[in-house]
Unconditional design. Structure first.
Length: 138
């Protein structure tokens, strides 16, 4: 189905799937859409920034965990129409693995940050369950 996209604004974001000891790091969203729901750390790519740079920045801002860009691996681009209620969003997802769990500290628009066992994840916002699955299958 082709729709008229003449006035469509496409927004560019980055998401991060951080693994450690059979767990994945999630943040609780403080803002709509999906306020109060669990999601991957991530957000908008700022002017002059690559999606990789944004993933490193967003992880540190939202969870207080610093990972060098060289440790991140691209999972893929996620661009399904309707993946975000705010409009058209294209996200490039990255993954990294830590050798052990480290204590996250929620910040920015995250009201909480915690590790969840991969086999007991809550319902996730947006298409983040799909992104986690893609990263886990890498």
């Amino acid at each position: 189905m082709i729709t008229d996209t003449t006035d469509e604004t496409i927004r560019y974001t980055a998401d991060i799937v951080l693994f450690a000891a059979g767990h994945v790091l999630l943040i609780e969203r403080g803002w709509d859409p999906h306020a109060g729901c669990w999601a991957l750390p991530g957000g908008h790519v700022d002017k002059g920034e690559t999606s990789l740079d944004a993933s490193v920045r967003e992880l540190e801002e939202e969870a207080g965990i610093a990972i060098p860009a060289g440790d991140m691996r691209q999972v893929g681009a996620f661009d399904a129409v309707g993946r975000d209620a705010r409009g058209r969003y294209v996200s490039v997802a990255y993954t990294a693995t830590l050798p052990a769990l480290v204590e996250p500290t929620a910040g920015d628009d995250a009201t909480a940050a915690r590790w969840w066992p991969l086999d007991a994840l809550p319902d996730l916002a947006f298409d983040h369950a799909e992104i986690v699955a893609a990263a886990a299958n890498r």
